[in-house]
Design a protein around this ligand. Structure first.
Ligand code: NAP
Length: 341
């Protein structure tokens, strides 16, 4: 089967399947070189964030690659995120604009709420203020897609009830040793693309005998096994490296396929060691009633139905997909109102 270079988001936009992570990469020469190597190797999806403290270097590497003709801006998919301590309506807008300025960019392809305000008593309202700012930045064209990160079922259910534009992706820790099945399930039901951070379990896979054995069997590296597993699951794996040979290997996963038996062996690793840097059980219990879930799933189904229009209309009218997608929103609102009565 042909390799899927892109996943299609529910709004019809495309996200390159394999993403390059830039967390922990020190700013300056190392970062500029790593991002340049990643683009040269073929990565088009570059994941960054306000709090990675390397935005200028990532931006510089990207601009250099564009100037040298290695890549065009429109072929890149650039991601950034607003951290907890800059959330809120005004603060989020300011953070997003500052990131664009620091990186020398006009827009982000995807902008994420970095995390759902862990341990913050009024997270429900504050998240909505942040999200409203993002919806407005989306309307202004500063971001092409809105997303979230580290949201669990409770957080996603809360958003689904309240926002105008549903998130396109949820980026969360996701690899064989931490499969986050509950969050994957709610993403699938909500047509939210899972983006898997820590696809290499922050390096732990290289000490895991299952990965080592499968790598030998397929004549590939343990990282290729982990990234291919994520790809075959339908996710967008993010992997980070500062070494060109590693970056190259991590992108080169197109020419082999893990059998369903071996996928099961990897699936059985669930519950192992994981980084657990963004776990949040605070609101886990809020939206667990089956009745509520069924109601919510119906709403999303109707929303999805209207999101088909852009696919059909795009063929006819080129770029008018947003207009058609927005046409679905008032109908979604009416349905929501009826269901609440
Ligand atoms: N949204 C969030 O809250 C969140 C949280 C964490 C991460 N992320 C995103 O996800 C990205 C990936 O996650 P991560 O950076 O935590 O860790 P990761 O990609 O799972 O693992 C990175 C580690 O693996 C090593 N490595 C990579 N390729 C290798 C290879 N082929 N052979 C041997 N070692 C290899 C790297 O070392 P070398 O450099 O030596 O190769 C590094 O130590 C991040 O960079 C970030 O963009 C998002």
């Amino acid at each position: 089967m042909e390799f899927e270079q892109y996943r299609i988001l529910y709004n019809g936009n495309k996200i390159p399947t394999l993403g390059f992570g830039t967390d922990y990469i020190p700013k300056g020469e190392i970062c500029i070189q790593a991002v340049t190597d990643a683009i040269e190797v073929g990565y088009r999806h570059i994941d960054n964030a306000d709090c990675y403290d390397n935005q200028e270097s990532v931006g510089l590497a990207i601009r250099n690659c564009i100037e040298k003709g290695i890549v065009k801006r429109e072929d890149l998919f650039l991601v950034s995120k607003v951290p907890d301590w800059k959330q809120g309506y005004e603060e989020t807008k300011a953070c997003l604009k500052k990131s664009l300025e620091d990186m020398g960019l006009d827009y982000f392809d995807l902008y994420l709420v970095h995390s759902p305000l862990r341990g913050y008593a009024d997270w429900c309202n504050k998240i909505l203020e942040t999200y409203k700012a993002l919806e407005e930045c989306y309307e202004e064209g500063l971001i092409k897609n809105i997303g979230v990160a580290n949201f669990n079922r409770g957080h996603l259910m809360h958003l689904r009830q309240k926002v105008k534009i549903l998130p396109t992706v949820n980026q969360f820790e996701l690899h064989p040793e931490h499969q986050n099945k509950d969050v994957v399930d709610v993403c699938e039901k909500s047509y939210i693309q899972p983006v898997a951070w820590g696809a290499l379990n922050q390096g732990r896979i290289f000490k895991n005998q299952t990965f080592i054995n499968l790598a030998k069997k397929y004549d590939v590296t343990p990282s290729q096994i982990a990234i291919r597993w994520s790809y075959q699951k339908g996710y967008c794996p993010l992997a980070r490296s500062i070494k060109k040979e590693h970056i190259k290997a991590n992108f080169d996963i197109q020419n082999f396929e893990i059998t369903s038996e071996d996928m099961k062996i990897l699936d059985n690793l669930d519950g192992g060691e994981w980084s657990n840097t963004h776990d949040d059980s605070v609101c886990q219990t809020i939206y667990t009633s089956t009745k509520q879930l069924k109601k919510d799933d119906r709403k999303v189904y109707i929303y999805k139905l209207f999101s088909v229009i852009p696919f059909v209309k795009r063929i006819e009218y080129g770029t008018s997909k947003t207009k058609w997608f927005l046409f679905g929103v008032p109908i979604l609102k009416i349905t929501q109102k009826k269901q609440k009565q």
